[in-house]
Every structure is written in C-alpha cells, then in structure tokens.
Ligand binder design. Sequence first.
Ligand SMILES: *[C@@H]1O[C@H](CO)[C@@H](O)[C@H](O)[C@H]1NC(C)=O
Ligand SMILES: *[C@@H]1O[C@H](CO)[C@@H](O)[C@H](O)[C@H]1NC(C)=O
Ligand SMILES: *[C@@H]1O[C@H](CO)[C@@H](O)[C@H](O)[C@H]1NC(C)=O
Ligand SMILES: *[C@@H]1O[C@H](CO)[C@@H](O)[C@H](O)[C@H]1NC(C)=O
Length: 760
Amino acid sequence: MANSLFFIKYNLVFLLIYLWHSVNGHPQCLDSRPPFQSHGSLSFCTDYEDFGCCTRSDDEVLRNRYRRIESVVSTTLWEACSHYAKTFLCQTCSPYAAHIFDSEQSHNSTEVVQRVFPGLCRDQCSTFYQQCKELITPYMEEVKNEDTLEEQIRLENAYRHSESSFCSAILLSDNDYCYPELLTNPILNGNISIEKVTGEGCICLQPFEAQFRNPVFLKHTNDGTDRLFIGEQIGLVHIMYTNGTLLPYPFLDIQYDIMTTQAKGDERGLLGMEFHPNFTSNGKLYIYYSTHLNEYEVSQNFGDHKIRIEELRVNLDFPDEIDVYYSRVILEVYQPWWNHNGGELLFGDDGYLYIFIGDGGRAGDPLNSGQDMFSMLGKVHRIDVNKIDPVRKKEYSIPPDNPFADGIKGLPEIYAFGVRNIWRCGKDRGDRLTKHGKGRIVCGDVGQGAVEEINLLKKGANYGWKLKEGTSVFCSTCQQALREIPLTEPIWDYPHAVGKSVTGGHFYRGCESPNFNGFYFYGDFMSGRIFRLTEPKNPKQKRWDNKEINMCGSNMCKPPFISDYSTSIISFGEDEAGEIYMLSTSYPSATSYSGSVYKLVDPSRRGNPDACKNVEIPTTSTTIPTTTSTSIKTETTTPFKPVFPTKPVVRDNSGSSVTIAPFDKRLMNYLDYYKKHRRRNNRRNFQTQFKQENRRQQWKGRTYATTPPTKYVKDSRQKTISKTPRKDAISKPPQLIFHGINIQRCKNDRCSLRKIMPQK
Ligand SMILES: *[C@@H]1O[C@H](CO)[C@@H](O)[C@H](O)[C@H]1NC(C)=O
Ligand SMILES: *[C@@H]1O[C@H](CO)[C@@H](O)[C@H](O)[C@H]1NC(C)=O
Ligand SMILES: *[C@@H]1O[C@H](CO)[C@@H](O)[C@H](O)[C@H]1NC(C)=O
Ligand SMILES: *[C@@H]1O[C@H](CO)[C@@H](O)[C@H](O)[C@H]1NC(C)=O
C-alpha cells in the first residue's frame, strides 16, 4: 500500500508538470471559474453568448456602464469610438477574461485583483490611441475601484506622455492573450468554442474546511434546506451547508451503540443512512450500523457483532437534530466476522428500502453466503418499511414482486445476490431533460485478491461471488455450477494493478458542470484513483465505457479550487442540486480527523449560473398525512407534526443562539416520558441523553475539532474495554446459520423494542 501511494504521488507530480505545458491556453473567467453558455440571455455583449463569463445581470451592468460613458463624452467622440468602449467592457465576458485582464489572486485568499484595461495587441492599441485617446479617462473613471487607483494614475500619466508609453503600460505579461489576436491565435486553437469535453479529461476539486473522522456518507434531505448530512464511521452525523458552514453539534450521535475501533481499516461502525422518500412529511430516516451483541447473543456465540437497520425520526422541534425518543429496529443481522459488512441503504424509485449486506467477512466467503439463498449475508435486500408483517413478525413487509417473495427458493427479502461486499452505490436521478437513466442503481463490489467490480443493480441478478470475482473465475472447482448457474456480469471490472478496493460512486446530474452529465464517478480506496463510467452508446455493449479522471494542473484549478487530495477514497455523495462530492482521508482510522469533503468541479465549462441558481427544488409537502393505509401501526402516541420550515433552524457557530430548548425542561420531559413508558434498556437512555447534552454544552463556543471521545470506542478485540466481552468468535465459526434476526428470539427487550413502544 505504501508503494502504491508513492506511485500515485509520483504520478500526480508528473501530471501537474505535464498539464502545466499542455493547457496553457485554457479559458478562465475573472473569478477563476470556467466559462459557460448563456443560451441567448445576453443582449449587450452578444459575442460571448455561446461561451463566456457573463450572466444576464453582468451583461446589464456592462450596458449601464456603456450608457454612463456615453453620457459624459461628446457626440463626435462617441460616434467614432463607442465600439471601443463596448469592446473593452465586454472583455470581462470573454472566456479568456482572466488572461486578458491579467487577473491575479493573492495567495491567501480567493480575492481577485484585475487590471483596468484589457490587454490590447500593439496594432489595436495604436489605432485606438490615435483615434480615440479621449475615451481613456472617461472609461477609466467608469471602471475604477479602490484597488485600481494606483494603476489608474499610472495609466493616466502614460496616456498623457505618448502612445508608446500607454500601449506599453497596458501590454499583457503574456501577450499571447492580447485582444483581438487571441481570437485567432493558434496557441489558443484559433477558436473560442464551447468546450465539449472536460479539458484533458481532468477535473478540479473544491475542498471544504471541516475535517471528519472517516466520513462514510454524505446525504441530503431533498427539502430545499441545502443541508449535507455527513456521517462519521464512529457514529456521528454532522450537518454542513453547501457553503461549508458546519453546525457545531451533531445531528445524530450513536457512538455508544457503535462497534468499531480506531484501527486503520476497521470496517465496522456507522456505515449508512438514508432519508425516507417522504421525509418532508414524516421525518423518518434509516441508519445501518455495526453494534455489540447482547449478553444472550454472546453466550450463544452468534458472531463478532451484528448490523442493525433502524428507523429514526427527526426532532419535531429541531429539524437539525434527531428525536431521541423515537426508534424502531427494522432488522438485525449477525456478522460472523468483523469485516465485509456492506452498509449502503437506498430507497429505490419504487419506494422500497434497498439494503446492501456483505458476505460476513474473511477471505473466500467461508460460509458461501453469496450463493446461500437462505443467508442474509452477501445479498442485496429489498423491503417495504411502511408496513409491518404480522405473520412473519417483522417490522417490514416483503414487496410482492421480490424474486423469492414466497420464501420457497430463498429468503423473501432477497433482491439480488452473489455479492461480496458492496461498498457505496449511487441512484441515478436521470437526465435533467430526458430523464434517461432515472432510478437505476450502480454499485461498487469490493473484490477479493484480484478484481474489483461495478454492478448495475437488477432484480434477481446473481453477481457471481464466490463462483466468480468480477469477470474472472474464483472457484476453480465449481465448473458445473459455473456452467449451470446464470450470472450477471459487471458493467465494469478492473484488476488489482489499478486499485485494490473499489468505492462505488454517483451519477452526475447537477447543473454546475454540464460536461459531467451522466458520468458515474467512482474511485478506489487503495490506489486513490478516480474514474468515470458512461453508458455505452450501443445498447448491445454490456460493458460501460471507463475513463480515469485526473486532476487538472494548478493553473486551471485556481482558488477556491485545488488539484490535490487525500487518497484514501471512502465515499461519494450528492447534494440536492445533484452536485457530486468525494469523501476521502489521509489516514483511514475512525478516530482520526483526517477526512475531507471535496466537490467535483469541471474547470473547462460550467453551467450558466443564472440557470443553476434556480435548480428546481422539489416542492415540500406541507400536508400532513393523517392515517394512510401505509402508515405504521407502531407509531408513538404523539403523531409526528411536520414542522419543516423552508429555512432550517440555524444556530450560529458560537453556540450562543437561543434556539436550543432549555436543557432542564427537555430533561423533565424526558424523565416523564421515561417513567411513563418504562423504557428500560433503551439505548438512548437517560444517561446517554445526559451525556449528549453535556457534550453539547461543552461544544458551545468551540470549534468542532475536539478530541474524539476515545473512551467510548469499544474494541471487541480488547476485552478490557469491551462492554460485552465476546467469546472467541473469530476462531470458532458461528454455529447458527445467519438468517437474519428473529426478533422474538431475543430475551433482551432491545430486540422487541416495538412491544414497549406505546401503541396507537
Ligand atoms: C492576505 O495577506 C495580506 C498581506 O500578507 C493581508 O494584508 C491580508 O489581510 C490577507 N488576507 C486574508 C484574507 O487573509
Ligand atoms: C474554429 O472552429 C470552426 C468549427 O470547429 C472551424 O471551422 C474554424 O476553422 C476554426 N477557426 C480557426 C481559426 O481555427
Ligand atoms: C451558509 O448557509 C447557511 C444556510 O443557508 C447560512 O445560515 C450561513 O450563514 C451561510 N454561511 C456563510 C459563511 O455564508
Ligand atoms: C409518500 O407519500 C405519498 C403520498 O402520501 C404516497 O403515495 C407514497 O407512497 C409515499 N411513498 C413512500 C415511499 O412511502
């Protein structure tokens, strides 16, 4: 691994040097962002409509400037010279504006310093000076600002002195960009046309300041609140706005229930979260995490730990917090070993919850879970969380069209099988115009020793593990099975020379980087490489088109963008607008604050900011579904009141805001509730609540990067700090077949939480 990291670094350095020379002539706006197509919305600087840097409002500002210059000069001068005024003003709309105005950024900020005059080529300057030099002063008066005062004086003096001193003064440091020769300059390809592809196949990243401990997911609620929910493996979920503001306390804290360690590469922890499709009206969400076995389960040698899928609800008073009184365990599955725990949770467009569970760990799937149709492990499951199943005594029901819905040939939960350890999936929201691709789900399935694969999710598909690893045969003694069992091939796979642990990604359907449309971005955790897949044009072609995505050079990725990143790629996510984020770390431990969030950006072309500002946000439902046929019988007595404001309750970072309810009052409420319902052993018990509150108080007024509460990290392999010391599960394979949990089997009331929830 050290070797491969070195290799990557070496490659990046090489790449940067290479790109520095090859993309010198790169279009760039004054704000260092790429140009865009304004689709006929300009009425003044119309030359730059197809590919330029001005929005409609920028264009109007320029027209007004033009009018003001006109109003202060003589009619004769204006008749002869107005076209110069327009040309100069409109250069800020040029796709090469950053170069024509020699714009520079100070090293410590994103502030741009730009010159007053666009760089004119010698001949152009000469003609202009001879015919229209009286325009110089009124033009400069109009465009000046505090920063350009000095320059203005210098140019004023030069202009009074002579033509040659003026034309020297406005010469560009790189004269290749002088106007108008840049329009035909072969170095700039003689053309200003819409960049159809993403530069040299490279991207930039927009980093966020906040650091996270192994950030495993980034989700949004699709309710127009612009919140990103970033999950840390250790059991916390934080809210960050897309502008980078991080709320000072977590949305969810289940550290006490999480089983993980600070060991690099521990795969247990909080692994997934998904909001209900009707979150805006019911406030529900689902989490997927590794948790400790209870004493009974330990005594029965049920394995290393269990994964739990649990329904939670947002706090009706504070939409930025979880409701600690509400919980419903949907499903628990025992995990024989510590690794391959899967962890993705997704709602399909069909409204069902998809659950991606790994093969249970160890090399070569020793329990043959992937092909065992009566094991919950090594599968993709699909369940209906809106209805309980009173016959099977489950907190969910089986969608009638599940491939084994009758349970005869396999578990009715199964939707697809033969998977090893699916790590991250993306659901396509479809092309913005045609809706092509809408609803399809593509996942990365981590390989064993040779091949990493990407799968397109299909009902009833057998992805082959452990008969095959990707497209290559894994079980060499399974010739008959390989001949007889129909397998679904991955849409892409790659050998370990490319990367050793795939991280599935997302389809880009955002507005800001139109060239990315339809790209499925994904990466590799070990090699740190980023790729994209596109659907083949020929539908007969089973394999998708794959391309490695490199970082552009620092000449293209100017602040706020960067071209370097932490290479352990953990996850990808998307925001409400469909922009894609990458989550990676430089030290993959659940307790190390080395994880970063980056937004993927195309430096060659961006979406029209006018259009992207107004990306359609789904209309938030304000109607409260009273009791619908699908509503769950286990609702608490307090019906959930959707109180989602269009704006979230925002607290300032100092924590001094008053919106937090008085602690004592909430505590009293909780005690009442606690007594009333005798929720013994509820994991969010009084003590936890107290500790959470305590910590929240401590967090007030601080930056968020406090020391991780390591004492709550439970290590199953260190019996001394483990709450439920395990029997030696790793050396002894579990004796039971892991069919998922039978809730009734648990003695501890944790497993029958439903019973102690007040009934309607
Ligand atoms: C950038 O540095 C300059 C000089 O070192 C300083 O005056 C300025 O305040 C700095 N700006 C920021 C945003 O830190
Ligand atoms: C600009 O591009 C167009 C179309 O791609 C081409 O026909 C034309 O020759 C190009 N102009 C120059 C100067 O290269
Ligand atoms: C970021 O956005 C949030 C919500 O819109 C807002 O409250 C906050 O002030 C913004 N922060 C900055 C630094 O602009
Ligand atoms: C969401 O609510 C709508 C309207 O009440 C309903 O038709 C739909 O089935 C719900 N979706 C899910 C996934 O529950």
